[in-house]
Design a protein around this ligand. Sequence first.
Ligand SMILES: Nc1ncnc2c1ncn2[C@@H]1O[C@H](COP(=O)(O)OP(=O)(O)OP(=O)(O)O)[C@@H](O)[C@H]1O
Ligand SMILES: [Mg+2]
Length: 279
Amino acid sequence: MDTIEELKEQIVRLQGQVKEQEKMATLGLLTAGIVHEIRNPLNFVINFSKLSGDLLRELNEDLAPYEAEIGEEDWEDIQDIQGNLQENLQKIREHGDRAISIIQHILLYSRGKEDEFIPTDICQLVHEYVWLSYHAMRASLQNFNISIQEHYEEGLPPQPVVPQDLSRAVLNVMNNACYAVWERAKQVGVDYRPTVEIRVYRQDKELCISIKDNGTGMTEEVKKRLFETFFTTKPTGQGTGLGMYITRNIIEEKHHGRIEFDSEAGSFTIFTLIIPMKA
Ligand SMILES: Nc1ncnc2c1ncn2[C@@H]1O[C@H](COP(=O)(O)OP(=O)(O)OP(=O)(O)O)[C@@H](O)[C@H]1O
Ligand SMILES: [Mg+2]
């Protein structure tokens, strides 16, 4: 039997965890708002970059009649600078377009109605949430820097999934992997290369998303309890112990799939989210 004291402690702990979850829910709403707000200025950046490219070309046309007067050396200089400017503008556009595409996808995922199955490019979804997790970690952990290796099978057909749920599952597993490698990096010497490897591939009639890290790994006890609600080995404020519980619900209940994992303490962990494929 638990003593009153123990129960009181448990209550305080649970209250803390509820607060954490509330924070996460607010964060979800915020994301949708932020995404919306960022898209507008990004469009300005891209459009002004296009406009500047056009102006630059016009300037060059206007200068052309004066080529002889300007002289060979100066003319070459001007052409070089113009070339560089065009390249820079091109890069601004490319990266701007990339940012827009990421943002549009996030918006799509966070907007989907609850339980709505939408044909989804799984590789793209995984890719985006892998990096979302990475950047969130970078923002919250000082000097956070790890190697991420991605392998996506080509030609996988879009799969009907609940994007906002599947992305949450990927985020949970990826967050854990990032945390595990960073914990190990803090413990061991300079030779260690924190690495997370992501794979999306088809196996028979199933789609597999695997996330492997060379982090702290899990002891036998952690392996046994990992999917329990509120089971965490992280300090308060850093883990609520709901991540894997939620992930299992999303994969098993909602998507009728399963989760496989393997791990060795002090060495590695791999989680594979497996969902049945539709033709
Ligand atoms: N990749 C991993 N490497 C090592 N341990 C892991 C890994 N993934 C999960 N674990 C262990 O499983 C526990 C439970 O994970 P879970 O994601 O459910 O909760 P959490 O990460 O502690 O908190 P949160 O609710 O914020 O996700 C972790 O505290 C950790 O001990
Ligand atoms: Mg977690």
